[in-house]
Design a protein around this ligand. Sequence first.
Ligand code: HEM
Length: 291
Amino acid sequence: MSKGYGGGDAVPLSYNKYLRVPELIALQECLSDPAHHDELLFITIHQTYELWFKQILHELDAALIAMDEDRAAAASRAVERAVEIEKVLVQQIHILETMTPISFLGFRDELNPASGFQSMQFREIEFASGLKDEGLIDNFRDDEFASKRLRARYDAPTLGDSFFAFLRRRSLDAPADDPSLPKDDRQKLYGRRTRAALEVLTHFEERAAEFRLAEALISHDEHFQLWRAHHVRMVERMVGSKRGTGGSEGVGYLRTTLDQKFFPELWEARTYLDTKHGAAGCPFSGVTGER
Ligand code: HEM
């Protein structure tokens, strides 16, 4: 009982103590006064997202370590768990649609200028998955805690970096990106990574471990994109084309994010996949690596 459960040895551990339920249910502080009925839902949804984001980061970190240690099954399981959570996150968006648009406007002004755009953990997931935008760190300049975490993620290898390093150790030609090279040379490296992904897709039985991991990663990418698609639809249904509380154009801005991909090589490899590859020994010459 020395972990701060607050009971001392005489009081047995209970559900409420272990999970800190009293503290947890005291964390939803409505800003509207008198409290608007729907503001509790709005806060609960966002806090729930942040808890799941924390768990996703925990799984992605485990996957990164496992890949670096050549433990493909452990890495796949971690990413697969993240994907199951992401399925819940997509569904959760729609709970918000039980709020009427006029109800939301009843407390929306109180949120200004806070916005999901400032979700530190969402950006951490993006960075760890390969979508790094250094400019975003600047949005957290007044928040030392967030800036430090984002800088660390920005400087750390991504899931894609670790996945392609893992493929290299499994004798595939999947070179790391090198930002110091001219664009054309980087494009060639990208093409070679795409070919490595194609090799895994073609020989999915011989390369079952690589294939399972690649599929888990593309599912993670797909479910993040699905979340974006459901979020922008819900936002339009709720506020139309109003500007966002975070100051962006709103729906117009969100639409520009819909096609962002964590692992473009895994998607592009599908374009070049051909049933003849297995029999003909993978003629890679058709792959240009153009993005
Ligand atoms: C009524 C509910 C919601 C509305 C009207 C809404 C609206 C918006 C708008 C307009 C933006 C663009 C940035 C801005 O100017 O504010 C945005 C971004 C964002 N929102 Fe929401 N949102 C809602 C719920 C949620 C929920 C539940 C989450 C879960 C964490 C969330 C997470 C995000 C994230 C991560 C971004 C940044 C996306 C990116 O830059 O790619 N939002 N939201």
